[in-house]
Design a protein around this ligand. Structure first.
Ligand SMILES: Nc1ncnc2c1ncn2[C@@H]1O[C@H](COP(=O)(O)OP(=O)(O)OP(=O)(O)O)[C@@H](O)[C@H]1O
Length: 260
């Protein structure tokens, strides 16, 4: 999946500015950048929840907007940062929603009844025991796992993950990221935790005020100079003792510049 000079402007305010990058096929691309830099907005463009004001979103080399929606949903699955909390559905039904693009009938079996893909997806994220629970009774971390099961049930080729590690304890976050990486899909995810991004991504794209300001491997991108410029932090970048990749150690935040 790729963006070519994609911009998104809301009420005259540019949120994304001429963003261009290609997510390597079958690899994990991490979007990083400070609060408000445009990560969620970028995922929204890729997921077709919003349209670029100018520029293009490409899926397999063609304009993503020209791919019929059902076909698009068979190829691309997205995990939102905030999912509705008030759904009156069981967990199995939520995961079964991932099967909608594959259903031949109009409508679909909301119970996900005998669909083995639904059961398998729940088992893969360690949430089989939650299948009959009501969605609105789940904790934040349990919801996150169930949403991952939903996107797995969609059997996509491209995965878009906005803050996958949100709400998850360290072990649960690492397990889900391991699972996702092991799928070998083209994955694009946003991260606040730079060390998780470094561990799980082959490629990083750094956003700052809606622009791409750096791109490359975690080792190329995560430098003290870039972290200072983009995040306003003093940081040391060491070698991770387990992965051999970069390990970011925050030493302090520079004073915030006053607006105006
Ligand atoms: N629908 C909208 N209307 C107006 N402004 C918006 C809208 N969506 C996003 N923005 C603004 O665009 C900017 C980028 O927001 P976005 O949510 O993409 O950033 P982000 O990098 O995901 O931030 P965070 O790390 O805080 O989640 C922010 O200043 C936000 O207020």
């Amino acid at each position: 999946m790729a963006l070519r000079r994609a911009s998104w402007t809301v009420d005259g305010t540019p949120v994304l500015r001429e963003v261009t990058f290609t997510a390597p096929a079958g690899r994990t691309t991490g979007l990083i950048g400070p609060n408000g830099s445009g990560k969620t907005s970028l995922i929204s463009l890729l997921a077709r929840w919003t349209r670029p004001t100018s520029g293009r979103v490409l899926l397999d080399g063609v304009d993503a907007g020209s791919v019929p929606l059902r076909e698009f949903a068979r190829r691309v699955a997205a995990l939102e940062q905030h999912t509705a909390t008030e759904l009156d559905l069981t967990v199995r039904q939520v995961v079964a929603m991932g099967r909608v693009p594959h259903s031949r009938r109009l409508g679909f079996d909301l119970d996900g009844g005998d669909d083995p893909v639904v059961a398998r997806a729940l088992a893969r994220v360690g949430a089989a025991g939650l299948a009959d629970r009501h969605w609105h009774t789940l904790s934040g971390g349990e919801r996150q796992k169930v949403q991952v099961a939903r996107v797995l049930a969609q059997e996509p080729r491209v995965l878009l993950l906005d803050e996958l590690a949100n709400h998850l304890d360290p072990a649960a976050g690492l397990r889900l990221l391991d699972l996702v990486r092991g799928l070998g899909l083209t994955t694009i995810g946003s991260f606040h935790d730079l060390n998780l991004a470094a561990m799980f991504c082959d490629h990083l794209v750094v956003l700052h005020r809606g622009r791409v300001v750096a791109e490359g491997t975690p080792r190329q991108v995560l430098t003290p100079a870039l972290l200072g410029e983009v995040y306003g932090v003093e940081a040391v970048v060491d070698d991770h003792p387990a992965t051999g990749g970069p390990l970011v150690v925050m030493c302090g935040a520079a004073r915030e510049k006053e607006e105006g």
